[in-house]
Design a protein around this ligand. Structure first.
Ligand code: C2E
Ligand code: MG
Ligand code: MG
Ligand code: MG
Length: 289
């Protein structure tokens, strides 16, 4: 434990936790080397215009192929990266990789990038984003940064200024996972979001007559429209849910029904299609999780 303490926040220790703590420490050590060893990759999931089924863009989603343990979910290793100080370098690598990839797509196709609250609060973030956009040669208007409500919790003094500087770069801002967490409506007036992404937990099974999710989605769409923001329903898997999402007026849809996160070559091919059909694009390489 003493050894770990020197490295930062990982410092608790109890005998009963030995194997869990040791496991975590091992994973942290592996993650530290993952970029250099080429174990990370970025996959791209289509985001589709609900009415026309045109490909609006892709969300970049990082993948870790651990040499021994196999694929590890970002839901597990991103929080670890945030806790042990690695999110800055991983996030930067994802951004550079995704922007370079998106430079191969038609210029109307957007690239969405998840920005951890820790990255957002890094004083150098705006300059780093500006440089990555410049290096890639992409148009800033093609870039959409996905931010969660977490940025408002750990809010640095300069959050308002960061939002203003990001808008000044010409990038788009999306509020991710809306409806989970704290969902204060105050957040919507604080930051100049272009899009609200409605969390999967409201979308999945919303077409079932016994649940109240469709009323909630309808309210979010009304709110977004009056604030002139787009809406994206996340996690649409079935034709029933897609039909309901359209009826409720969401402008964008993302989910397995239109495609799973895909390898860059496959995403490039999809980016060049004028539209993508529900169930028409299957990424067989990524198992359902
Ligand atoms: P997120 O940003 O909300 O990303 C959407 C997640 O939903 C992705 O999971 C995606 O694969 C999954 N998904 C999309 N459509 C469906 C569907 O129809 N059904 C189901 N069951 N799932 C669907 P993934 O790739 O495992 O990522 C999980 C979370 O990890 C992301 O949630 C995001 O919070 C984080 N993450 C992933 N990549 C990055 C990254 O590069 N940077 C940061 N900071 N976070 C990332
Ligand atoms: Mg996201
Ligand atoms: Mg999300
Ligand atoms: Mg999510």
């Amino acid at each position: 434990a003493a050894k770990a303490a020197g490295r930062g926040k990982h410092c608790f220790y109890e005998p009963s936790m030995h194997s869990e703590a040791a496991d975590r420490q091992a994973l942290e050590n592996d993650l530290r080397q993952a970029i250099d060893r080429g174990e990370l990759e970025v996959n791209y999931q289509p985001i589709v215009r609900a009415a026309s089924e045109e490909v609006s863009g892709f969300e970049s989603l990082v993948r870790w192929n651990h040499p021994v343990r196999g694929p590890i979910s970002p839901a597990k290793f991103i929080p670890l990266a945030e806790e042990c100080g690695l999110i800055g370098s991983i996030g930067h690598w994802v951004m550079e990789t995704a922007l370079k990839e998106a430079a191969h797509w038609p210029s109307h196709v957007r690239i969405a990038i998840n920005l951890s609250p820790i990255q957002f609060n890094d004083p150098g973030i705006v300059d780093a984003i500006a440089k990555a956009i410049d290096d890639s040669g992409i148009n800033p208007g093609q870039v959409e940064l996905e931010i969660t409500e977490g940025v408002f919790l750990a809010e640095g003094e300069s959050a308002d200024e960061t939002f203003a500087r990001l808008k000044n770069l010409g990038v788009r801002l999306a509020l991710d996972d809306f409806g989970t967490g704290y969902s204060s409506l105050g957040y919507l007036k604080k930051a100049p979001f272009d899009k609200i992404k409605i969390d999967q937990s409201f979308v999945r099974g919303a077409a079932s007559p016994t649940n109240r999710n469709s009323a909630i989605i309808r309210a979010i769409v009304t709110l977004a429209e009056s604030l002139e923001m787009e809406t994206c329903a996340e996690g649409v898997e079935t034709h029933d849910d897609l039909a309901l999402i359209r009826e409720l007026g969401c402008s964008h849809v993302q989910g397995y029904i239109f495609g799973r996160p895909a390898k860059p070559e496959e995403a490039r091919e999809v980016a060049n299609r004028s539209r993508v059909e529900a169930d028409g694009f299957q990424c067989l390489r990524e198992p359902r999780h």
